[in-house]
Design a protein around this ligand. Structure first.
Ligand SMILES: *[C@@H]1O[C@H](CO)[C@@H](O)[C@H](O)[C@H]1NC(C)=O
Ligand SMILES: *[C@@H]1O[C@H](CO)[C@@H](O)[C@H](O)[C@H]1NC(C)=O
Ligand SMILES: *[C@@H]1O[C@H](CO)[C@@H](O)[C@H](O)[C@H]1NC(C)=O
Ligand SMILES: *[C@@H]1O[C@H](CO)[C@@H](O)[C@H](O)[C@H]1NC(C)=O
Length: 431
């Protein structure tokens, strides 16, 4: 049986070969000769100029961005078509849609964790389920569950990250599982790894808990609420060995870096008796993780056969003054979307987004960026709020003041995270 995507018949131009061509292009040669003479004339600026040009030289992506026709020849794995030229699918607005939303019913998907089943836990309204993301410049392709599942035949898809990525993972399973008969699917957990198997397809959709991507003291998949968080530098292989051989990878990491303090970075090993720890700003620590991730992808993923996605920061709605609400409020009791297109929120998302933009733009590693931050920031209504399983009994004081225990971080399913997967679907098949 033929899979719905076929490898391109013409030999795909490899990044490596382009790279070599670049290395010997007359343009660069002339440039280097020029730099050499400038360097002799202006001795003291030598290192500065040379350093900058070397960066350009060793970075074909930067170089290629001036020659877009070369990029276009690269056919991404799984691509079936293209999104309309000039359409940023992450730029758009929410429209009410009671005809085609939600994609499934909460009660019909047994895989949703009790932290995300809002209806079961008494949420009085269902308004949050009826919104569709409408990009300004084009329409999103319709999420086709059978296409997604056929594509995964004989393959592995894995989500790696924190509980927000787990939500997106569960959403993906909920979007697909209806096509699989009851006795031909299973969901099992082995430590940090949760595996949904579609037996007849020989396909798995997996989630791997690694809230920092790198090794940390919060890696236990069950007991991970540690206030004094420590991340080990250069440790991505500790988890990365479990991601090898995956065909479609979806990373996220953000929330756990937001300690409000400097991040503690361990230089040696967690087994060292005397631990060598340095403190970095959130941005510098996050940059370190992004670079590790990119390096891991470059060394372990074949860009011709696999795809890698990175989901940007999931916004929280912990302070209603951010959107002009009353002081002391949060997402609790919010049932409508934020209409102000310029709304962004107040935490340090902006500086982290800048780090992501900076690291990704300097890299040639083909990772598809799912920029869900802005579109999710309009969705103060979509959080689980108080409508989730509570692990500890609530005190009378808490019960009297629901705002105090509302969860304004995680999202109800079905809901917002199904849209993240629609965007993933769009970027997978129509990059
Ligand atoms: C969905 O994908 C399947 C499998 O590729 C295809 O046969 C079907 O026509 C698609 N459905 C729609 C509505 O595009
Ligand atoms: C099932 O899929 C795995 C990859 O996930 C592959 O290695 C294996 O060969 C497949 N088995 C069959 C019988 O197709
Ligand atoms: C919830 O919001 C409604 C109107 O949107 C308001 O009438 C009600 O007082 C609010 N309830 C609480 C407990 O804040
Ligand atoms: C993501 O989208 C937001 C809003 O459109 C934009 O401000 C930001 O620069 C984008 N981030 C990146 C890294 O492209």
């Amino acid at each position: 049986m033929k899979l719905p995507f076929s490898p391109s018949s013409s030999p795909p131009s490899s990044l490596l070969r382009n790279n070599n061509k670049t290395r010997f292009s007359p343009y660069l040669f002339t440039l280097l000769v020029f730099i050499f003479f400038v360097a002799i004339l202006y001795g003291e600026d030598f290192m500065c100029i040379f350093g900058q040009q070397l960066q350009l030289y060793s970075n074909p992506h930067t170089f290629f961005s001036t020659t877009p026709e070369r990029i276009k020849k690269e056919k991404l794995a799984f691509a079936k078509g293209k999104t309309e030229e000039g359409c940023d699918i992450f730029s758009g607005r929410w429209v009410r849609d009671e005809l085609t939303r939600p994609h499934y019913q909460e009660s019909e998907c047994p895989y949703i964790q009790p932290q995300l089943t809002c209806q079961e836990h008494g949420r009085p309204d269902k308004d949050y389920q009826y919104w569709r993301w409408q990009p300004h410049a084009c329409d999103l392709p319709t999420f086709n569950a059978s296409l997604m599942l056929e594509t995964l035949r004989g393959k592995r898809m894995m989500f790696v990250g924190d509980s927000l990525n787990r939500g997106q993972y569960v959403s993906m399973v909920c979007l697909l599982h209806r096509l699989i008969p009851e006795d031909a699917k299973s969901m099992e957990t082995f430590g940090s790894l949760t595996v949904f198997t579609a037996k007849e397809y020989n396909a798995t959709i997996e989630f791997y808990w690694a809230p920092f991507l790198l090794e940390s003291n919060s890696d236990d998949a069950v007991i991970h609420r540690i206030s004094d968080r420590i991340v080990r530098k250069g440790s991505i292989n500790k988890h990365g060995r479990h991601w090898k051989g995956v065909d479609i990878l979806v990373f996220n990491t953000y929330l756990w870096w937001m300690t409000g303090l400097k991040m503690k970075i361990l230089l040696g090993s967690f087994d060292d008796e005397v631990k060598e720890i340095v403190e970095l700003s959130t941005e510098d620590a996050y940059r370190m993780a992004m670079k590790s991730m990119l390096r891991w992808v470059r060394l372990n993923m074949n860009p011709k056969k696999t795809r890698v996605f990175f989901t940007s920061m999931s916004p929280s709605h912990g302070k209603s003054i951010d959107w002009g609400g009353e002081e002391g409020g949060n997402c609790y009791n919010e049932t409508t979307v934020i209409e102000d297109p310029t709304y962004w929120g107040s935490d340090c998302r902006k500086s982290v987004m800048e780090v992501i933009g900076e690291v990704f733009s300097k890299s040639k590693v083909p990772i598809t960026f799912l920029n869900i931050t802005q579109l999710s920031s309009y969705r103060r209504d979509a959080h689980t709020s108080i409508y989730k399983k509570q692990w500890n009994p609530l005190t009378p004081q808490q019960l009297a003041n629901p705002v105090s225990y509302a969860d304004c971080v995680h999202w109800c399913l079905p809901g917002l995270q199904d849209t993240w997967n629609e965007l993933l679907f769009a970027k997978l098949f129509y990059p």
